[in-house]
Write a protein that binds this ligand. Structure first.
Ligand SMILES: O=P(O)(O)O[C@H]1O[C@H](CO)[C@@H](O)[C@H]1O
Ligand code: HPA
Length: 286
């Protein structure tokens, strides 16, 4: 009988990508950073860099979104070896959740055990302001309600268990360490802790959708992060999630504002220095 199961990414593809990377750099980082929209400048600050364009790596997807350069950057951040993804993948680009999270399993094969995931997000919580930095304490996988999950398909037991727990997805210790860093850097007035909700995009939310998210207790909304976090937790990585509130979601029919990617990139640029300082300080303490 023909197999009716959807195919997910073959194990061999992760292995071939990892082997190729291992052959092209001597660096063996345990920390990976995924840079959100417009936040890739962090990677420029690494010392002793090895830069690998995604298109050179076997089976790696390509970045198609403005503000996502499409390169892996290995190097030292505050003396610690790191690998940064300068550009991530999204389901709205046409990728499956498992393809979006492909790099995370490759990182796991490289020996990464800590994943810092950043993103640009719209503020739903009315106490938030544009430019706030939100540490993610939990997420809602909205596409997951319709069956979209990066772990869909046969389980790869070598990475993790069939039914991974997600109640501890975001590492409390890392979050507290990051909070301490914001105090040291005088950023405490722009720091929040909240719940991130992933929607599929690429259209921004309607006013009714934003109000629904507010009712659900969501603090910030975006179109990413959740696939990488679920995949990272599946292979037992420690995860820190950071959302930069790049715009406020539109909750009122009286508003004349319009969500747009230019504003997202502009706010990312404005806060890039603060986020770089935060991550540099944090990685030094890890
Ligand atoms: O989540 P990141 O990739 O940071 O980007 C966010 O910004 C884009 C929309 O402006 C979407 O891609 C959304 O997910
Ligand atoms: O308002 C938003 N909605 C969804 N994704 C986003 N990414 C940045 N801002 C937003």
């Amino acid at each position: 009988m023909a197999c009716l199961m959807e195919s997910s990414v073959p194990l061999q593809s992760y292995k071939e990508a990892a082997e190729w990377i291992l052959a092209h750099t001597d660096q063996r980082p345990r920390i990976a950073v995924i840079c959100g929209s417009g936040l890739g400048t962090l990677a420029e600050t690494l010392e002793n860099k090895t830069v690998i364009p995604y298109e050179d790596i076997p089976h790696f997807p390509s970045s198609t979104v403005p503000g996502h350069a499409g390169r892996l950057v290995f190097g030292l951040l505050n003396g610690k070896q790191c690998v940064c993804m300068q550009g991530r993948f999204h389901i709205y680009e046409g990728y499956s959740m498992s393809t979006v999270a492909f790099p995370v399993r490759v990182f796991s094969l490289l020996g990464v055990d800590t994943l810092i995931v950043t993103n640009a997000a719209g503020g739903i919580n009315s106490n938030y302001s544009v430019g706030d930095i939100m540490f993610i304490k939990d997420h809602i996988n909205m596409p997951g309600f319709c069956g979209q999950n990066p772990l869909r398909g046969p389980n790869e037991d070598g990475f993790g268990v069939r039914f991974p727990c997600m109640s501890d997805a975001y590492d409390q210790h890392l979050r507290h360490l990051a909070m301490d860093c914001t105090q040291e850097l005088g950023l405490q007035d722009i720091v929040q802790e909240g719940i991130y909700c992933m929607l599929g995009g690429p259209s921004y939310e309607t006013i009714a959708e934003c109000n629904m998210l507010k009712l659900l207790g969501v603090d910030a909304v975006g179109m990413s992060t959740v696939p990488e976090v679920i995949t990272g937790r599946h292979c037992r990585m420690h995860i820190l999630g950071i959302s930069l509130i790049t715009n406020m979601a539109i909750l009122s029919y009286n508003s004349t504002a319009h969500a747009n990617h230019q504003e997202v990139l502009q706010t990312s640029q404005l806060r890039a220095a603060a986020l770089i300082a935060l991550l540099t300080n944090l990685v030094g303490k890890m």
